[in-house]
Design a protein around this ligand. Sequence first.
Ligand code: PMP
Length: 361
Amino acid sequence: MSRAFNFSAGPAALPEAVLVRARDELLDWHGTGASIVELSHRGPEFMQVAADTEANLRTLLSIPDSHAVLFTAGGATTQQALMALNFATPGQAVDFVVSGHWSKVAMKQAAPYVDVRIAASSEAGGFRDVPSRDEWKLSPDAAYVHVTANETIHGVEFRDIPVVGNAPLFADFSSSIASGPLDVSKFGLIYAGAQKNLGPVGVGVVIVRRDLLERVGQPRANIFNYASQVASDSMLNTPPTWNWYLLGLNVKWMLGEGGVAEFARRSERKSNALYAAIDGSGGFYRNEVAANARSRMNVPFFLPDAELDARFVAESRAAGMIGLKGHKAVGGIRASLYNAVPVEAVDALVGFMRDFQQRHG
Ligand code: PMP
């Protein structure tokens, strides 16, 4: 068996060590005679998995006590609707900074419940930059300000945390969480679907400032109430135990590798190597994102025409590299360089790109 270098945008690569451990524990978890997913979520075994996972995630991300952590069954899109219901009154203003596709999805999910306001947008420029902070028009009465820390499709990333004033900052970190040190205390809420940097699809993480949980929000069922979820340790109903467990293994792996400081170093190294290959290709490969907003996680690029894009995808697959086809909204190629993607994978990709250009350039 040989595993490919996997550049998929999500669901994405998991560390081989995590998969091997999950395989080894699958039939008999720690001498219980059953797999962890065959045991009650309320039993001591899974309760331990859940508690360890939260503790390790708090260590990994330096999450302060001021913030609660939720493990959610819904992914990032679900949270985009729930945060409007939990933290804004009906029709209250919410400011959105629009830096790509997922910022627009966040607005769409909130739109039935709040007054969606676009504080700034880089759409007119084709999402090749993040809107500069001095251009944002924030509403004085906004329930929160929403940003997408890393745009997975357009490959643009906020490299610094913007200061937003009174309204709390809510941020979608689905595709860049745990890729570097972050001051969590600056955020009202951070959320992420797990299927990129945290683990498998089917579970999400919400990190929320506890005082915000006292907001009345809007009429909603208990199951959609973050405060109730926090009070019940994310177990108001049966949680996705397998996904939660795998996420826990992955968080432990990231700690063992040196934590977010180490992943920041690796991310710089990987993304710098790839952008250098693109920029040094004499225009054969193109990435048009502004240098200071280029994502370290998702690198979209284009060849001279769509036929070459398709050929690149096919030949790279034959060379043992998968997941490189660009998102249908933008086309081209996209290489996702999440934490589980080793430096060697990027070195292999860069070598392949050089070789491909020689043959087809
Ligand atoms: N936000 C971002 C930045 C994403 O990349 C994605 C998924 N690719 C989503 C939100 C949607 O996540 P989910 O599929 O978990 O709802």
